[in-house]
Design a protein around this ligand. Sequence first.
Ligand SMILES: NC(=O)c1ccc[n+]([C@@H]2O[C@H](COP(=O)([O-])OP(=O)(O)OC[C@H]3O[C@@H](n4cnc5c(N)ncnc54)[C@H](OP(=O)(O)O)[C@@H]3O)[C@@H](O)[C@H]2O)c1
Length: 286
Amino acid sequence: MQQRTIGDRTVSAIGLGGMPMSIEGRPDEARSIATIHAALEAGVTLVDTADAYHLDPTDVGHNELLIAKALRLAGSAADDVLVATKGGHRRPGDGSWYVQGDPAYLRKACEASLQRLDVEAIGLYQFHRPDPAVPYEESVGAIRDLLDEGKIVMAGVSNADPEQIRLAQEVLGGRLVSVQNQFSPAFRSSEAELDLCAELGIAFLPWSPLGGISRAGELGDRHAAFAEVAAERGVSPYQVVLAWELAKAPVVIPIPGASRPESIQDSARAADLELGAEELARLDAA
Ligand SMILES: NC(=O)c1ccc[n+]([C@@H]2O[C@H](COP(=O)([O-])OP(=O)(O)OC[C@H]3O[C@@H](n4cnc5c(N)ncnc54)[C@H](OP(=O)(O)O)[C@@H]3O)[C@@H](O)[C@H]2O)c1
């Protein structure tokens, strides 16, 4: 598997997104663990999660607990895995999401994630989403304090615009290692953040890289050019999408979600699919 970097860590160029294994429509635990183990077998060493990947408030951290369990069961095969979690998003239990980004809450959330992941320090902790009620520098300041105290090893942000990325970099004293924003053939408006990350040497993790859980299945129908290149290459349209994202810049590390082993096995193969300039131009124009 092709490798890329987040801060000083080397990780697989394709990560695994954990959300589909913990929100509405999630599979049973055995299938989720098989999916995570299939990712490890395919060479995936980055797993993205969040405390908010759960159904209702009695279930907070479902995805973190699941990933911790799967990694424990995998033994030494999980030694090189970087688990990236997030804090600052919450779910009341009716299917909706809301934000909470005050420093006291973020500290409490991080401490709870530490316990669930059963680690001394979280490998990568990301501020999930800006809270309009809290100045951005205060939220990111809480992440800086966690970094200074050694509770987290690396710090990232998510759903940030270019101005917020620059501010986070300043507040963290140059230690911002990743930005996780939505990016896919259907959602290209975060290209400005992707370009800024490439310029600053910060990892850019596209979320919903295949268009999101409910739309991924229609990917080939909605984006004909990706399906055409896939047919020509004899690979799935999912692989073409992920390879197109990887080709955007060396800092890009997509985190496709999966709730079936077959999905992540197929997605992982995108790391070895090199698209030519003519193919990339067709996909950019599509
Ligand atoms: N930071 C944020 O605000 C934010 C927001 C949303 C998501 N995320 C993160 O980003 C990750 C990815 O986003 P997402 O899960 O929303 O959407 P996605 O990756 O665009 O799509 C996920 C769906 O695609 C299907 N899939 C994946 N690879 C496939 C393949 N090779 N062939 C066929 N189907 C495939 C999976 O189906 P099966 O379920 O059948 O395997 C899965 O349900 C999440 O898991 C989460 O970690 C972050």
